[in-house]
Design a binder for this molecule. Sequence first.
Ligand code: BT5
Length: 245
Amino acid sequence: MGDRIFHKIIYTDSSESTNSDLLTSSYEDKTILYTFNQTKGRGRLDRSWENFKDKNVALSAVFLEPEINPVWLTAVFSVSLVECLMKYGLNDCWIKWPNDVFVKDCKISGILTESQWYNGRIIKSVTGIGINVNSDKNDLISIERPVTSIYKEIEKKIDLNDFIINYIEMLEKYFKINYNPVMAGIKEKWMEYSRVIGRNASLTEITKGSTPVFGTVSHIDDDGYLYFNDGKSVFKVITGDINIL
Ligand code: BT5
């Protein structure tokens, strides 16, 4: 099976944001940093990600000069999570393109990939995932949208350290195969778990104040772009908020 992809796995008692830590400090390539106490988690734009101390997981990995399009980092993180959740007995897990994992109608996880560029090249990408593991109804009620946790779904508390080990094993499995997610079948799995292909959907740019366009999703290409047909033309997007109608 060869060497491990993630050479260094670091636990920290607390972090404002594991993504920010990896972005602003010098860590070795493919270091993982995780905590159960993230205090200022970030989503896309200036959205926040709630952690709930010692109940949930925040994990990020750094990729120096990544050999692959960073969109596949997001894809590997989400496919790995869906398969990990299935092992814990959760049914009906799916990926809401491009960066959320859902159980039925509820968000259980969000992923954020951020990159730094120099001279037209990506010198560093950081992918971070927040996963609701043991948070209960009373915690989650503070979030303004339908959300869930593993605990809420299976009514059993999970050992967070075991969960981290299982999740990293899943990441290893998918990153190991030639470090090429397209080759490794990640694209197929991403499409399989993304319930958007062929569906009627609305698509909203993530910039503030934008209005949704309506149409259907045809496919995702090898660069991770989603193709959207609004009835007049087919155009491709790399990010956005998509909602199945
Ligand atoms: C995301 O953004 O969902 C990406 C979240 C990434 C968090 C990880 S944790 C490790 C690493 N370090 C960081 O600082 N960030 C990453 P977005 O698609 O923009 O969604 C953000 C929205 O998700 C918020 O506006 C809330 O509506 C919702 N949300 C916040 N906390 C949540 C939670 N615990 N569970 C479910 N939904 C949540």
